[in-house]
Ligand binder design. Structure first.
Ligand SMILES: [Zn+2]
Ligand SMILES: [Zn+2]
Length: 430
């Protein structure tokens, strides 16, 4: 395995490591990033950024917020820490989390946009001595919640970049928007942020993910597969299973046949695809023909077209299963992840910047298709459709027990490299 050289700026590394560990201790679930958003707002405003946060960013409430108990617990925790009258917190009612921070450079220049996702996962962090956050005393202090995907690192790179750009304002022109996006893990924040007016003027858009590859590698053009996640309900008619089965309309049988059919979907030669049923629920007595079943499934595809093909084929299966059993069915979108190709020009200029910074050739990789989904695709699509350039990077490192596991971790040296890479792109005036 090629090794990552240590980030040459040790002072920067110390500061980033402290920031990352501070945020790692206080993870928050998707749509409840109250404390995280408030802390980011406070520091960015102090650095001289103009910020827009919370309610100002939303035209409608988030579509897939957590249950009210989970939300209340997160809000109360934030209130205890920040005080009930905190102005940042009071601007985030109704799960309207996240912020955009904007800074003007010195004179004319390009408009850059950088996106950092900030949410964590419902996972109990490992306290095993082999897990670095536990061994070094910065494991999660929020029971049952963990930064197990590296988004604490992403937001740290965002803050590190913000500090550097504010301190070197005479060395760059144009404008920089830093998008601290909530709710990536449930695919919700990306679609909201793609509609922001700040994004509409972005000419160069970059985002990144830490880890992913489980080895040291910097990828300049990473694409993620598309995904569509649906909730389905089958409705039939209840009847006595012994006395009058002929009067029932069996929603449970329809749903079971639908699940079998989903896993047997034909595939597309254009690229990889996936299907999975992750939830299935029917509360019913053993002597009643079941009249209601709910399930949640997802389809994925290497690009949006393949994903759409899978979604349409799945719809046929659900419809067929319902017809076979004379029941009705309805489907609603739970979440969507778009996949959109990156700009080659921008990927190549990031690669040139990485070489200029002295990152070894053996670590550099041009492109990679990730078998997972990322809602930054919506922002990339928006920027490219308006004529801008956009790309998604991977800063790869070994990832402990893997993404979304209780022992996930990454190499903090990547934080320093991430800041230097993004900063150089802005300082390098064309
Ligand atoms: Zn994740
Ligand atoms: Zn992630």
């Amino acid at each position: 395995m090629s090794e990552l050289p240590p980030c040459p700026d040790r002072e920067l590394m110390l500061e980033l490591s402290e920031t990352r560990r501070r945020f790692h201790r206080t993870p928050e679930l998707s749509w409840t990033e109250y404390l995280t958003t408030a802390r980011l707002c406070q520091e960015l405003e102090a650095l001289g950024y103009s910020i827009e946060w919370g309610e100002a960013l939303y035209r409608q409430p988030p579509g897939n917020p957590p249950d009210s108990d989970t939300d209340r617990a997160a809000w109360q925790r934030a209130e205890r820490t920040l005080g009930a009258n905190n102005r940042y917190l009071s601007g985030m009612r109704g799960n309207r989390t996240g912020l955009v921070a904007t800074l003007e450079g010195n004179g004319p220049g390009r408009v850059f946009g950088f996106r950092f996702d900030i949410d964590a996962l419902p996972i109990n962090e490992s306290l095993d001595a082999g897990h670095e956050p536990a061994a070094r005393g910065f494991a999660s202090e929020h029971a049952g919640i963990m930064h197990a995907c590296g988004h604490d690192g992403h937001l740290t790179i965002g803050l590190g970049l913000a500090r550097r750009l504010a301190a070197r304002r005479e060395r760059w022109g144009g404008r920089v928007h830093l998008f601290f996006q909530p709710a990536e893990e449930v695919a919700g924040g990306g679609a909201v942020f793609a509609g922001l007016p700040q994004l509409a003027e972005v000419e160069r858009f970059l985002t990144l993910h830490l880890g992913i590859l489980d080895r040291y590698r910097i990828v300049f053009d990473a694409t993620w597969i598309a995904a569509r996640i649906y909730d389905v309900v089958f409705r039939g008619r209840a009847s006595h299973a012994g006395n009058a089965p002929q009067d029932g309309r069996n929603a449970l049988l329809a749903a079971c046949q639908a699940v079998q059919g989903l896993y047997a979907l034909p595939r597309h030669s254009g690229g990889m695809s996936r299907v999975n049923v992750g939830r299935f629920r029917s509360d019913n007595a053993q002597n009643v023909i079941a009249d209601e079943v709910r399930l949640r499934y997802e389809v994925r595809g290497a690009d949006n077209a393949i994903c759409d093909f899978m979604a349409a084929a799945a719809e046929q299966v659900l419809d067929g299963a319902a017809r076979m059993n004379a029941v009705t069915w309805e489907r609603s979108v739970f979440a969507e992840f778009s996949s959109y190709p990156n700009s080659r020009d921008l990927a190549e200029s990031v690669a040139a910047t990485a070489r200029a910074l002295g990152l070894p050739e053996a670590l550099l990789q041009d492109s990679f298709l990730v078998s997972a989904s990322e809602d930054a695709g919506f922002l990339i699509q928006r920027v490219r459709e308006q004529g801008g350039q956009a790309t998604h990077l991977i800063l790869g490192s070994p990832v402990g027990g893997g993404h979304h596991s209780p022992t996930f971790d990454f190499d903090e040296e990547l934080l320093g490299w991430g800041v230097l890479l993004f900063e150089s792109l802005v300082l390098d005036k064309p």
